[in-house]
Design a protein around this ligand. Structure first.
Ligand code: ATP
Length: 268
């Protein structure tokens, strides 16, 4: 059932004090439906990561609030996990794949030993690393390390997965297979996903909805529902007329947002 699971209510944020004070987000509001896949795009510096971190409870808004379910987010909620941009650095090199995946569950002290054992095996299997479960980080490729970080995050049974440019450091082939993995996990586990990316094709391919942030003024430039069927197919989806239509529309939005942002910087 579609309902507004997360509500971003008039969120503002600035950094710096005095003359150095800079408005980053200005009264941004949008709802997120449960089970949706929402990407946030926008020109560099428009505040995408800051927005995601406020939603995650990792940064405080200067004004406004984020509601998850019926509760205001004022600290990282247990049912939300945040995957950082360079999340291959967040896995421990002295632990094996399996130990890394178990670590997140063990630190929450919510599950028994046998539940941790079973769930970690299931997650490792789901991300396709079962045969490498006893490997250490240095024995894994970058894409495999990212699968470990995803498995560790999902082992904790979150409802919401927040991802900040998760695939920016991998080659095109790995990126494609990680995109399909995330779509597969989203479907199988019934997650709500918020995804920050610079890549418009990636945003259209993955998302049920794309939000565009402006750099000047610091508000919402566009909110576009992506009416393309799931499951998405790597070869056929990008050739669909609607895919090309959304891609074109979002490129235009970004170009406009960039132009407005650049002219604001020249005026400043
Ligand atoms: N802790 C901080 N202190 C001061 N300024 C900050 C801080 N964090 C972010 N900023 C500034 O806020 C603005 C928005 O940063 P943010 O990383 O949210 O943007 P972004 O849209 O994710 O950028 P990019 O696409 O380049 O990753 C930038 O101008 C950045 O320099």
């Amino acid at each position: 059932m579609a309902d507004n699971y997360i509500q971003v209510n008039s969120v503002s944020k600035h950094f710096g004090v005095g003359e150095a004070r800079k408005m980053i987000l200005n009264k941004i509001s949008f709802p997120i439906e449960k089970g949706s896949f929402v990407s946030i795009i926008g020109p560099s510096g428009c505040g995408k990561s800051t927005m995601l971190q406020i939603i995650a409870g990792l940064q405080e808004a200067a004004e406004g609030e984020v509601i998850l379910g019926n509760k205001k987010v004022d600290a990282p909620p247990f049912d939300m996990v945040y995957l950082f941009q360079q999340y291959n650095k967040s896995i421990f090199p002295w632990k094996t794949v399996k130990e890394n995946v178990k670590f997140g569950m063990e630190s929450r002290k919510k599950w028994s030993k046998s539940e941790i054992e079973q769930r970690s095996n299931e997650m490792i299997e789901l991300v396709g690393l079962y045969d490498c479960r006893d490997y250490y980080t240095h024995q894994l490729s970058g894409g495999m390390q990212q699968r470990v970080a995803i498995a560790r995050a999902l082992a904790c049974e979150p409802d919401v997965l927040l991802m900040d440019e998760p695939f920016s450091a991998v080659d095109a082939m790995t990126r494609g297979s990680l995109q399909d993995l995330v779509l597969d996990l989203w479907t199988k586990l019934g997650l709500t996903i918020l995804f920050v990316t610079h890549d418009i094709d990636e945003a259209v391919y993955l998302s049920s909805r794309v939000i565009v942030l402006n750099r000047a003024p610091r508000n919402l430039a566009a909110d576009v529902s992506i009416d393309l069927p799931y499951p998405r197919e790597r070869l056929t989806t990008p050739e669909m007329p609607n895919f090309l239509k959304y891609r074109h529309q979002l490129y235009e939005e970004i170009f406009d947002a960039e132009k407005r942002g650049n002219s604001e910087e020249i005026m400043a």
